[in-house]
Design a protein around this ligand. Structure first.
Ligand SMILES: NC(=O)c1ccc[n+]([C@@H]2O[C@H](COP(=O)([O-])OP(=O)(O)OC[C@H]3O[C@@H](n4cnc5c(N)ncnc54)[C@H](OP(=O)(O)O)[C@@H]3O)[C@@H](O)[C@H]2O)c1
Length: 323
């Protein structure tokens, strides 16, 4: 791959975007273009048009999105659907207008119906009803996949357009959000175990039964998978995908119970108290695991196991808390 390619990573200050920048730099790409939200609002069509016309980019990673947990999705559904649709439509269309042939769109596992058989394979898309709490966000993400596919179908042959989509499982790692009320399960547990250790608390109580099973992928593996899919030669990509089902799952390949996860985090943090479960609090879905065989068959597998990834993540949390 030509290391002089001019690559725009949209959302480079986010957890995934920053990992993609790190990975590209490690691979020797030096011409990486970034813009903060303040410098370039991707919802602003005029600003996005001017940016793309001026920059003469070769590739785009679309890792910018309005993201949030159940509470934020439920409280601000209009913002979630509007902003994500606008960002995707602006970036994908203006990339096309500027003659860019290669783009990677990042979606999410929430595109799959609530009752999808486990593990969830790519062909489950649009086979049933979505989880109502994040339906607007999921619809926007599905629209992102369909934008990429539609530009490929209409302009693939005539203009060489090759826009691809990856759907990550739950991610964790450096750059995660540790907000006490609004963070994903791994950063939330790291914070709670760390605080319990600091305060010598005798127990940490976790919501639910601890039995739901979840899959987690270290964010640097996600970045590596994104670059792998972007760089994959067209014939291999086309061999494993269909024009109207072109997205690719990116998962770790196996899952753990929340109880196992909590025990692992407790050990990584060095917490010596008890871990208990408040079974009167609700559990989420019993299992959420992606089928990532397609990506595996294309030649990519994750490198960082959960234990190692948690240790790396906690080390970063400690560094961050100290600074
Ligand atoms: N984290 C996960 O576990 C996970 C799992 C599956 C899929 N994903 C997907 O991966 C992608 C990135 O997620 P992430 O976890 O990295 O999210 P993140 O940490 O919240 O980063 C998102 C980035 O997008 C930027 N952004 C948002 N709105 C923007 C706008 N209008 N104009 C310009 N920039 C804007 C944000 O900048 P500001 O903060 O300045 O607004 C932020 O830097 C998303 O598509 C998400 O669905 C993530």
């Amino acid at each position: 791959m030509n290391k002089d390619l001019k690559i725009f990573v949209a959302g480079h200050r986010g957890m995934v975007g920053s990992a993609i920048v790190r990975h590209l730099e490690t691979k020797g790409f030096a011409n990486i273009v970034t813009r903060t939200h303040e410098e370039l609002d991707l919802c602003n069509q005029q600003a996005v048009t001017e940016f793309f016309q001026k920059e003469y980019l070769d590739q785009v990673y679309l890792a910018a999105a309005k993201v949030g947990g159940i509470h934020a999705n439920n409280t601000y559904p209009a913002e979630f659907i509007y902003q994500n649709l606008m960002m995707e439509a602006n970036v994908i269309h203006q990339a096309f207008e500027a003659g860019i042939k290669k783009l990677l769109f990042l979606g999410s596992s929430c595109i799959y119906p609530k009752m999808t058989p486990q593990p969830m394979a790519e062909d489950a898309l649009l086979t049933g009803k979505l989880e109502p709490t994040n339906e607007p966000y999921a619809i926007a993400k599905i629209a992102g996949i369909k934008l990429c596919e539609s530009y490929n179908r209409q302009y693939g042959k005539s203009h060489g357009v090759d826009y691809r989509s990856v759907m990550p499982t739950n991610l964790y790692g450096p750059g995660d959000n540790y907000h006490p009320e609004n963070s994903h399960v791994i950063p939330a547990l790291i914070r709670r175990f760390h605080e319990a250790k600091e305060k010598n608390l005798p127990e940490v109580v976790i919501w639910g039964t601890g039995t739901p099973m979840r899959e987690f992928l270290y964010v640097d593996d996600m970045a590596a998978a994104s670059v792998f899919v972007m760089e994959l030669d067209k014939s291999t990509y086309e061999q494993h995908t269909k024009p109207i089902q072109s997205h690719i799952n990116v998962g770790f390949g196996s899952d753990v119970t929340i109880e196992e996860l909590a025990q692992m985090i407790g050990r990584v943090v060095g917490y010596r108290g008890k871990v208990n479960f408040d079974i009167n609090k609700p559990d989420g879905a019993p299992k959420k695991l992606m089928n990532s065989n397609k990506l595996k068959n294309m030649g990519w597998e994750p490198r960082v196991g959960l234990k190692e990834g948690l240790a790396l993540t906690y080390a970063e949390f400690v560094r961050m808390s100290a600074s």
